[in-house]
Design a protein around this ligand. Structure first.
Ligand code: F3S
Ligand code: F3S
Length: 105
């Protein structure tokens, strides 16, 4: 699957949401997360993110490798809801993301 990394934190542009044909990009407290079992690897989200936060999993830059697991961990409790629109914002982020200093550019 594709994943969302650190540039999304405190930015949340959400252009990606409009492009996803399966509505698998979910909103957390400080960033958005791609449900790895629901993403069909269409890649439509990747070029529209203005801060280049989206990567194919294997192409994630090393300094953001922790975000691959973060996009999994975010769904530990949520599971696979089958659509982000009906879920809405979830006020949660994996601990290392919640602990980041304010990132707003
Ligand atoms: Fe975040 Fe970029 Fe989407 S900033 S919400 S990954 S368009
Ligand atoms: Fe959706 Fe992006 Fe995956 S558009 S299907 S999250 S590659």
């Amino acid at each position: 699957p594709y994943i969302i990394a650190e540039p999304c934190v405190d930015v949340k542009d959400k252009a990606c949401i409009e492009e996803c044909p399966v509505d698998c990009i979910y909103e957390g407290g400080r960033m958005l997360y791609i449900q790895p079992d629901e993403c069909v690897d269409c890649g439509a989200c990747e070029p529209v993110c203005p801060v280049e936060a989206i990567f194919y999993e294997d192409d994630t830059p090393d300094q953001w490798s922790g975000y691959v697991n973060a996009n999994v961990e975010f769904f530990d409790d949520l599971g696979s809801p089958g659509g982000a629109t009906k879920v809405g914002k979830v006020d949660y982020d994996p601990p290392f993301i919640a602990a980041l200093p304010p990132m707003a550019g």
